[in-house]
Design a protein around this ligand. Structure first.
Ligand SMILES: Cc1cc2nc3c(=O)[nH]c(=O)nc-3n(C[C@H](O)[C@H](O)[C@H](O)COP(=O)(O)O)c2cc1C
Length: 188
């Protein structure tokens, strides 16, 4: 054994033993599932993005929504290239982002199913911005697609906000694969 510290001696620090393993990113199903679970540590709000596609209303539950710029007013979200409603969000198309309230989990689940008529039996209307409008959300952002960027198996959509509104009320959240209702808090 060497006299010099750290040589020939296997050192296991307490930190090494207690830290979670750093996961390598590998292109197999198990690793992809693990990465998705890891990304689920990031808590988000929940939105439904709607548009018209050849006069038919389409919509998708989305938690990749984020603000980008105030001047000009831009937002972004990403859509799976495999989503059936993806063609409705081509450059120049109008769309509406509905930020869901705490009581709208069933609506989020409905729009997270692929294909079919997600608007059947719903009280939706046509907005003056040319988009399907869902009732009861805590904010609406009426936008048009200004750019689409390739992002692996998703397309990153940049939208310009033309009009918006926000209402009082607690938000619906998504964390580690579960919907959660944000309790009503006083304003800060
Ligand atoms: C909480 C939550 C957030 C989601 N966020 C996104 C998202 O940001 N982008 C996306 O493409 N799909 C997202 N999805 C999945 C879509 O909602 C789902 O694939 C939907 O069925 C696609 O609809 P379509 O194939 O009818 O177009 C999310 C699902 C859930 C439950």
């Amino acid at each position: 054994m060497s006299d010099r510290p750290g040589q020939g001696v296997e050192t296991i620090s307490v930190a090494d033993a207690t830290q979670p393993l750093l996961m390598p990113v590998q292109p197999d199903i198990e690793a992809t599932r693990a990465l998705r679970a890891g990304l689920g540590a990031f808590a988000t709000g929940v939105t439904i993005v709607t548009a018209f596609d050849a006069d038919q209303p389409v919509g998708i539950t989305v938690n990749s929504f984020a603000s980008v710029s105030l001047d000009p007013p831009l937002i972004l979200w990403s859509i799976a290239r495999a989503a059936t409603c993806a063609p409705a969000f081509a450059p120049g198309r109008r769309f509406c982002v509905h930020v869901l309230g705490a009581a709208q989990e069933s609506l989020a689940r409905r729009f997270a199913r692929t294909g079919g008529d997600k608007f059947a039996d719903l009280e939706w209307t046509s907005s003056t911005h040319g988009t399907p409008l869902l009732p009861g959300c805590i904010a609406e952002f009426h936008c048009s697609v200004t750019a689409c960027h390739a992002g692996g198996d998703h397309t990153i959509i940049i939208g310009r906000v033309h009009a918006w509104l926000a209402r009082e009320g607690p938000a619906l959240l998504f964390h580690r694969g579960q919907f959660l209702a944000l309790p009503s808090l006083g304003s800060v």
